[in-house]
Design a protein around this ligand. Sequence first.
Ligand SMILES: [Zn+2]
Length: 358
Amino acid sequence: MNKEPISALQSIDKKLIVFILILLLLSISKSFAINLNEFNPDKGVIALMYHRFNENKYPSTNIRSKIFLEHLNEINNTKFEFISFNKFNEIIKKKMEKNYFLLTIDDAFESFYLNAWPVLSKRKIPFILFVSTREVGKYGYMTWEQIKEIKSSGLATIGNHSHSHEYLIDWKEKEIRSDLEKSIKIFEKELGYSPKLFSYPFGEYSTILKKIVADLNFEFAFGQHSGVIDSSKDFLELPRFPINEKYGELKRFKSIIQNLPFPYKKITPENRYIKGDENPPKVKIKFFENLIDVKNITCYSNEGNVWRKSDIKFINESELEILLKEKFKSERGRINCSLWAEKNRWRWLGIQYVIAEY
Ligand SMILES: [Zn+2]
């Protein structure tokens, strides 16, 4: 007898639940999206990545002490400051009013402690040191005592750079997870906490590695693709400019530190780990509508293992396809796009794919 009224009530309930769910979803997606009215596409954080200091037999990861001092002086001339991780964490979520620099050092080599740390300490320059826990104390690497010493200065923020520093993205999900969990345990034992920031070994990440990093509660993860960080960037795919002897030349450095952010909504394929039949990837970049005029963008890539200008095609005003004709034939497939913004200043967007068979 009461059947009808109850089912009517149930259907109202269902509609209400669906309505509430939609509202919830809307509010969640809104909180992830950036508010373009509050966003300044001309301000950002230039993160620089160094490895070895004055270990001149390793030019691809080294910077000579003299050149490093010149870099610090150049940054001093810009009047913009190096910021600590705490300050970075604060400003990156707000509307930025000026530009900043973030100094990051990967691997915790002893040469950092011997040749760069005294300079940073004297000049009170904050930095992030990314440590791979397996290597600490080995020949050529810093010890835990040295890491704790720089940590206690208040200038250093320690970040996680995995345990083994192997080519993790070639590993099975379970093995990757276990490597990172091992490093977390060691950090907890040695420092009393586990850092919430991560640097991908070799700057390489896949959808799986990124998901594990998110699952393990890391809040920021840095790669080695070039670009300027702005608040629209995915915090688990932050770009950095790698600086070494080859790319440390003063003219190039001066140009890097003038770069502006290149905001974009999305790059596909999202998985930066490319397997056989996905090479060459069909790369598309979706920009924010009406934020910056992208029609004069140029892109270069190392398709076919030769650096050359790539053909591009606009799908519509805010979406671009990069027409790679050849497969990537080395371990790293790179695409660098730039857009002239104002006198001597470029917007820079680097994409790095890792090719699985290498
Ligand atoms: Zn490294």
